[in-house]
Design a protein. Sequence first.
Length: 305
Amino acid sequence: MSYESFLSGFHSVMYVAIAISLLFALGSLFINFLNLARFKDPKLKYDYISSREKKMYIYFFIGLGAAVFFYLNTLFREPVAESKGWIFIRFAVAICAGTLVGYIPSLLLKYMLPANQKGRLKKLRFQPRTSPKSGKQMRLLTEQEEDVHLDEAMQAEENIFSVDYDVWVDDDSDYVKIEKYPGHLVALECDRCGMQTLKLKKEEILKQPTDTEPGEIVKHYKCSYCNRVKHENKQIAQLEANKESFFLRFKDHIGEAISEKQYAIQLIRMEVFDNEGHPHHYEFGDIDQAQSFLKELEDKKATDE
Ligand SMILES: [Zn+2]
């Protein structure tokens, strides 16, 4: 096969690849659009946005980056036809440009999309639900009111802030809708009772990591609902990095501020900074919740140290 016929075959393949990549990119956008329109139930839409929307945008940019890569491989035909070396140079340039188009926007997405989603998610979560029984608007219960509708296991999850349940009631028909949302703190799913109540209680270092060898750590977990105890051995990376740990700035001041103003509190908003100085925002409906959250955070800090 001559170099010329190889080149023309190569370029045809590139055109097919461009079409497939564009189809993939636009298809991802379109499917995302369809899904957003398809979910009428606010909770289902909420779950879709928080778990899958970002992926669809990432697919879009990957497809776009691939299309740019294939397209650039069809350009600069004259120098490529004259010397075989140019086909590799073109290939390398196309990789760089394709990566730029595909990867950089995904990075931007990672930082910008959450802010955009936050407002939409909040609106969906608190948008009045309609009762399927009476067709009327339902009422969202407060933290104090909702406990009668939650079983013990659900309350255990709420008490350690790993899960937040919203309870909507229809006062006319007694229809109740319980929705599950991620809480402020992370707890693992217990492999015995299945609730999200498995918490890290203690970490023991069995072997200190050195510059050349990894160390070993044993993590002790306990389920705050069924009391299951679990131990897990893990390696520690050679150089200790990313030790995830929270600390509270001005914790005492928050406590004082809360206890002095016991009256008419509608919302307590807290800003907590982690070790890297990143702020985390939390909102609470009453003092008890905020205080027990601080206590949970203290416990977490103690186990991290
Ligand atoms: Zn359990």
